[in-house]
Design a protein around this ligand. Structure first.
Ligand code: HEM
Length: 463
């Protein structure tokens, strides 16, 4: 088993930092600088400048790290009051459920900031291509999140061949077993009367243990993977400062190095896991290149634990703060699955996503020129009063809770939605069944990420 994270042969390391094979340090830093400028420095400058002129977008995209989705509700309403499509200095912002669905399902809108320039002749596209690295990054091609048909269709078809609803259902019993083991550990820790942190002791561990088993990743690596995931999660944010950006890229690099070794190992020693099946599919006529396989596998693994932790954590806080809803679930346990969707609706782990117009188009009656970026605020769509009655109320019996857009919509609809729902439901139900009187104590801390939303610490007294 490749337990150690060692750089691949031929990679140079200086003062503990890994350098790309054959790339001079100067060129490497220059490329990193361009990547930062394109994805963070330029957008950040534009957003801050237009914020000074009253643009609401800055409050949304650069909102204080660690802020809570609930802190943004007034902003959603302010944006909504300006019409279905707000025109910001950097991009348009959609808060309307129908409009967001239209953008996400349209063929006129694609993922990736530089996608409209398909010929690759524009300055920004050329700069993006020149500075691209071979390291896995969730928002860089060939990641599923950054590709479009025909490549996207091909990758997605391969993953769904192994990641079926039936495969997820088979995991239900195992997920319950893992949750019970984690709860036993919590109970032991709490026996002395000490408070426990539910994020590091439960919400964080459940999804990574499940996805590690699914993908054949040794469970011993889970603490290290969680640490790398924490750094890599920032890669979804826009406008990172240079230092944070470099730390984030170091985490991605370390993750990528481990992933290369792990895939090589599985190719030689296939197991009974989904990742081994995916590796084997490469020889099935529809071959994925090594880079494509690394990207697909890396995304499924990272998305598998970086988001669901927030569903469970946000759910614990909501149920703790609304004991009458917990009482409803106690009386009608068959509502747990709906409760998991209501939590996803009201406090979604992913704040927003974005698309670019690849041709001139029209949305909500407004002409949208090619190249326009639209930020689709999933958390705002989930509170659209045209779709959800009393949208700010937490109601586990809500009939259309499942109509939220927290898993996106269209071609990029979350591939792990069934798994996440199942883990959310089981994780929350078993926790509150075991500790019905749990009390959150002390300060609730939040992750520093802006797009991914959730708690980094939830201390609780269990009895
Ligand atoms: C509560 C937990 C989760 C939430 C809220 C969530 C949310 C999302 C969202 C919003 C997208 C689409 C982004 C876009 O349209 O630009 C997405 C895509 C994706 N998710 Fe999830 N996710 C969750 C759990 C998972 C899990 C457990 C897995 C893996 C097992 C996973 C794997 C993926 C993959 C592979 C994609 C890319 C799909 C594509 O582009 O075709 N997700 N997720």
């Amino acid at each position: 088993m490749p337990l150690k994270i060692t750089p691949p042969a031929g990679t140079r390391t200086i003062a503990g930092r890994t350098l790309g094979r054959g790339l001079g340090a100067v060129e490497r830093t220059a490329k990193q600088g361009v990547r930062w400028a394109l994805g963070h420095g330029i957008p950040r400058t534009v957003i801050i400048r237009s914020s000074r002129k009253g643009d609401l977008q800055g409050d949304l995209i650069l909102s204080g790290p660690g802020s809570h989705t609930f802190d943004l509700v007034d902003l959603f309403e302010e944006l909504r009051s300006r019409g279905p499509l707000y025109r910001g200095g950097f991009s348009h912002v959609a808060t309307d459920h129908e409009v967001i669905k239209e953008v996400l399902t349209s063929n006129d809108f694609v993922t990736g900031f530089f996608a409209p320039d398909e010929s690759g002749t524009g300055v920004l596209s050329r700069a993006a291509m020149w500075s691209a690295t071979d390291v896995f990054a969730p928002l860089q091609p060939p990641s599923l999140l950054a590709t479009e048909p025909p490549e996207h269709t091909r990758y997605r078809k391969l993953v769904t061949r192994v990641f079926t609803v039936r495969a997820v259902e088979r995991l239900r019993a195992r997920t319950e077993e893992i949750a019970r083991e984690l709860l036993d550990d919590l109970e032991k820790k709490a026996a002395s009367g000490a408070d426990v942190d539910l994020v590091s002791g439960y919400c964080g561990l459940l999804p990574i243990t499940v996805i590690s088993e699914v993908l054949g990743v040794p469970v011993e690596l889970r603490e290290r993977m969680l640490e790398l995931g924490k750094g890599a999660a920032l890669s979804l944010d826009i406008g990172l400062e240079w230092r944070t950006f470099r730390e984030m890229e170091s985490s991605l690099e370390a993750f990528d190095t481990w992933l290369r070794g792990h895939l090589e190992y599985l190719a030689e020693h296939p197991g009974d896991d989904l990742l081994s099946q995916l590796v084997a599919l490469r020889d099935d006529g529809d071959r994925l290149s090594e880079k494509e396989l690394r990207s697909v596998a890396g995304l499924v693994f990272a998305a598998g634990f970086e988001t669901t932790v927030n569903l469970i954590g946000n759910g614990i806080a909501l149920l703790h703060d609304n004991p009458e809803q917990l009482a409803v679930l106690k009386a009608q346990p068959d509502l747990w699955s709906n409760a998991s969707d209501e939590i996803l609706r009201l406090d979604p782990p992913v704040l927003l996503t974005g698309r670019v117009a690849r041709r001139d188009s029209t949305i909500a009656g407004q002409p949208i020129p090619r190249g326009t970026i639209i930020n689709t605020v999933l958390a705002a769509a989930n509170r659209d009063p045209a779709v959800f009655t009393d949208p700010d109320t937490f109601d586990v019996t809500r009939e259309n809770a499942r109509d939220h857009l927290s898993f996106s919509s269209g071609r990029h609809f979350c591939l792990g939605a069934a798994l996440a729902r199942m883990e959310g439901e089981i994780g929350l139900r078993l926790l509150f069944e075991r500790f019905p009187d749990l009390k959150i104590v002390g300060e609730r801390k939040r992750h520093p990420t802006r797009i991914l939303r959730g708690y980094s610490q939830l201390r609780a007294r269990l009895s």
